[in-house]
Design a protein around this ligand. Structure first.
Ligand code: FES
Length: 927
């Protein structure tokens, strides 16, 4: 067997076997250095950046044979040997520059290369250095700040000790799980598998809609050594149907006869990894009969259109409706009415970590170690598929390398679980980038028609909206989008007359599902652009128009809910007032001084977002136990997908007990060890699980005080042999080692469940859909190149009412990352099924696309949230795109009704506007 010898992290190393193997794969598979991540295998994402002979390269583009005699350095080696890397790691932790952490090793390697040659680079040099490494979480600004700051000495003692007892909430503490993200030791879905693990590969439909017939599978297995088994629908022992919302569940593990979208798996091949990787599927026995698909919503809605799902007439999955007052009367009473139809396309989540995990059978149980946002939902669906009870399924979520909603749905889970179950061997699966883009859920394409009317004084009178969403072939989270959008389409404003009707429509395209905002970003694009049109018609300043109509705490929302307290939209908008005036003046100055082709504009947009499930129970349960050794075990089942819940929930719990956060050990998530904390979505973990942690922490505190016979204000201190409780000058000692233990081994414990107080919506959508809302407003300054059609975001100000910023650094990280995704939605991101299933055709923002984001944190406390906190995950991205599109109109006088505003669309709109201008000027010239 050929061997390639080289130097790896300062030591001699050798890789045996194929010299054509990608170096990134060989480092991970052969040498177990999984700090080098694989995101695309095409040199697009930079996650596998390593140093070869001192130069940064993508390990996926280097063949093993090319490094013979070379010097290779990975994050593991640099962490151990490079003081520059260690300074960078410290700066990343200080600045919150690692969120999910999947891009972090690549970023650190690229930054190390820069700083080793230039100890004090300017920002442009940093941008050049990390320009080839994509990050989907952070918006890059904290990464840039960390690299610029890495050369400066910092006193870390206070930061590493953490805040004093009772002072964790509000502190900018480092992520508790941060160290392993920066040193490359974090375990993501593809980073671990048991010895002897089989590999699974899906056989996928090449057609958007096709009938298929499988041939002789036994002969196929016999013909291919190393192939263990082919799995199809007939191998499913339980129910061949799953879905995140049980009443709408419709997705088979494998269909029996018809593939309903391109990429749907019709079978899976399991075998020895080398055999699976070498397999050419050309001789796989399947015949396809291509059938005419519905690509668009109009085709699916046409009379007599074939049904995508036979039990859903008209191809309508479901609809939503909220009505208050009388929209028609409100329009009739309005002095000014504006209307428009706005469209968006599919948007890909494009997290850097493709879906991955492994499953193994343990006696009569099945265990899955997998990248997921929803462990308990996975557990219940896997149990259904295998025909076993949920308690016999264990889900161990790995670190999640970005989720943003798509990892709420199952991807590899049903395949690996079924394969491990029937083969009784561990089985793993790692999606390729192409598979990840081709088959995982997307943001719903939308077509939103809206009318808005206002009185002469600018007060809103009525909003009337009809919105259709292309939900693709299976239901996924389509019902959630259809139900959430009507509640939110008013924006955070008082609207006396309101009607909002939505439909989720099936087509033969990849399922659309959950993506940061559940349809609200699309609706806000329509509503906030129409607000500018309305303000202009009324002759009212666009920001002041929003302030005039901002929802007050005592005003009812469009569902008739009076929130009562913690309604910070006015404060957010007013915080923008001075910047709005300055920015408008700056843009006017620029435009006066510079003629075409460069034009500048300023836009503003507001938002609100209900935290948690819409009118549905979504409890979280937290257990906190005091160990005999004096540690506090926090059983925390919420999956941290990079947003920071591991840290934030611990901060809340520590302050509820009034102990130092350093005293807390995180347990989980793991469905065997942690109770259900629900899914990580809908901006609910800080609010819902955080509240459960607060209540559980207070319960543990009360138990400690009871055991010490102390009053509620007593101080808890940990000593070498237990706890001492100081109360009114007296001190009582608890000798923990001598105390009896409960079944879990704790001497004292607190457990609490929190379920947000909501109510069902009636047939008009009236009720209390959410207990807590987050509010925000963004101000965007942009520059348009009128000749090239390009738009550059110059500056963004983001004001968000977060109730209480539990960890301001992490809140800012969410705002900056959300803004980056909003920028992508506005300017560059659209997925066309069947095309561009990679990260060089599907473009996401790079470090050079993001300007400085100025975050303004408003803390209008929620009476329900933990220490007043609200969610921020979804909220952060919602106003960015409409603010940019309003800025585009401000710059050009052209209103775009479809995003993304790609250069071709912008240029076409400019040409059309110039033609229109020329035509309308014609008579003037003639006269
Ligand atoms: Fe960069 Fe998640 S932190 S991709």
């Amino acid at each position: 067997m050929p061997t390639t010898e080289f130097t790896l992290n300062g030591n001699p190393a050798a890789i045996a076997g194929n010299k054509g193997t990608r170096l990134s794969k060989a480092l991970r598979d052969e040498l177990r250095l999984t700090g080098t991540k694989i995101g695309c295998d095409a040199g697009d994402c930079g996650a596998c950046t390593i140093l070869v002979d001192g130069a940064p390269v993508c390990g996926c583009l280097v063949a093993v044979g090319q490094i013979a005699g070379s010097r290779v350095e990975t994050i593991e080696g640099l962490s151990a040997s490079s003081t520059v890397t260690r300074r960078l790691q410290d700066a990343f932790l200080r600045h919150g520059a690692a969120q999910c952490g999947i891009c972090t090793p690549g970023m650190l390697v690229a930054a190390t290369h820069l700083l080793e040659r230039n100890a004090a680079p300017d920002e442009q040099k940093v941008l050049d250095a990390i320009g080839g490494v994509l990050c989907r979480c952070t918006g890059y600004r904290k990464i840039i700040a960390a690299i610029l700051d890495a050369g400066i000495e910092h006193d870390n003692a206070a930061a590493l000790d953490g805040p004093a007892a009772g002072q964790a909430v509000g502190a900018r503490i480092r992520r508790l799980d941060g160290q392993r993200k920066v040193d490359g030791s974090e375990i993501f879905g593809a980073d671990a598998a048991p010895e002897g693990c089989l590999l699974l590969r899906a056989v996928r439909s090449p057609h958007h809609r096709a009938r298929f017939r499988l041939g002789d599978l036994d002969a196929f297995v016999a013909k291919h050594p190393g192939i263990e088994r082919v799995l199809t629908a007939r191998d499913v022992p339980g129910v061949n149907c799953y879905g995140p919302i049980p009443p709408f569940a419709d997705q088979p593990v494998f269909p029996e006869r018809d593939a309903l979208f391109r990429g749907e798996a019709v079978a899976a091949i399991v075998g020895d990894p080398a055999a699976i990787e070498a397999l050419d599927l050309a001789d796989f026995p399947v015949e396809w009969e291509e059938l005419p698909p519905h690509f668009g919503m109009d085709e699916a809605l046409a009379d007599g259109a074939a049904l995508v799902q036979g039990n859903r007439p008209g191809n309508i999955l479901t609809g939503g409706r909220v009505a208050r007052g009388d929209a028609e009367t409100g329009m009739a009473q309005s002095a000014v009415v504006v209307e428009g139809t706005f469209e968006t396309g599919f948007v890909e989540h494009a997290y850097i970590e493709p879906e991955a995990g492994f499953a193994r059978r343990v006696g009569g149980r099945i265990e899955l170690q997998v990248s997921t946002q929803s462990p308990y939902m996975n557990r219940d669906d896997i149990a259904k598929i295998l025909g076993i009870v949920p308690e016999d399924v264990r889900i161990l979520p790995t670190a999640v390398g970005g989720g943003f909603g798509a990892k709420l749905d199952m991807s590899v889970q049903p395949f690996i679980a079924l394969a491990a179950w029937v083969t009784n061997r561990p089985v793993r699966m790692v999606y390729s980038r192409r598979e990840s883009i081709m088959v995982t859920t997307k943001r719903h394409p939308s077509r939103i028609a809206m009318r808005i009317g206002a009185a002469p004084d600018g007060k809103l009178q009525a909003i009337d909206m009809r919105a259709d969403f292309n939900t693709g072939a299976y239901s996924s989270w389509g019902p959630t989008v259809a139900n959430r959008v009507p509640v939110h389409a008013s924006g955070p404003y008082f609207v006396p007359h309101y009607r909002a009707v939505t439909r989720a429509i099936h087509t033969h395209l990849v399922p659309a599902g959950a993506f940061r905002g559940f349809g609200v970003p699309q609706a806000t694009l329509a509503q906030e652009q129409l607000f500018d049109m309305l303000a202009d018609k009324l002759g009212i300043d666009r920001l002041e128009f929003r302030i005039l109509n901002a929802l007050a705490p005592d005003q009812p929302t469009v569902t008739g809910q009076t929130i009562g307290a913690g309604v910070g939209i006015r404060a957010c908008l007013e915080a923008l007032r001075p910047r709005w005036k300055e920015a408008r003046e700056r843009a006017r100055d620029f435009n006066r001084r510079n003629g075409k082709p460069m034009r500048r504009g300023v836009g503003v947009a507001g938002m609100w977002y209900g935290c948690g499930n819409t009118s549905l129970a979504n409890p979280s349960t937290i257990l906190v136990g005091l160990t005999p050794e004096g540690r506090i075990a926090l059983h925390q089942g919420a999956v941290d997908i990079g947003q920071g819940s591991n840290t934030v929930i611990a901060q809340i719990c520590a302050d509820a007990i009034a102990v130092s956060i350093g005293r807390i050990d995180l347990i989980g998530p793991d469905t065997d060890l942690t109770a259900d904390c629900g899914k990580t979505s809908a901006s609910r973990q800080t609010f819902v699980t955080g509240k459960a942690a607060e209540l559980a922490g207070r319960e543990l505190r009360a138990a400690i005080l009871r055991a010490a016979n102390a009053g509620a204000d007593a101080e808890i201190r940990f000593t070498d042999d237990g706890v001492s409780v100081a109360d009114n000058g007296a001190t009582r000692a608890l000798h923990l080692a001598a105390m009896p233990r409960d079944a879990r081994g704790y001497v004292l414990a607190g457990e609490a469940t929190f379920n947000p107080p909501t109510s069902a919506l009636d047939e008009s959508g009236q009720g209390v859909p959410y207990a807590v809302y987050g509010f925000g407003a963004h101000l965007a300054e942009i520059e348009v190149d009128m000749e090239l059609g390009t738009i550059k975001l110059l500056h963004l100000v983001a004001a968000h009412d977060v109730g209480r910023a539990i960890n301001p650094t992490l809140v800012e990280g969410q705002i900056e990352g959300g803004a980056a995704q909003g920028l992508g939605l506005a300017l560059m991101e659209e997925f066309f099924p069947g095309r561009g299933e990679n990260l060089h055709d599907y473009l996401i923002p790079t470090a050079g696309d993001l300007p400085v984001v100025e975050s303004i944190l408003i803390e209008d406390a929620s009476p329900v949230g933990p220490f007043g906190a609200k969610g921020i995950g979804e909220q952060a991205m919602i106003p960015t795109a409409p603010a940019i599109m309003n800025a585009f109109y401000d710059a050009t006088g052209i209103r775009l009704h479809r995003v993304p505003a790609t250069p071709d669309r912008v240029r076409a709109a400019i040409l059309a506007a110039e033609t229109r201008d020329a035509v309308t000027r014609e008579p003037e010239r003639a006269s």
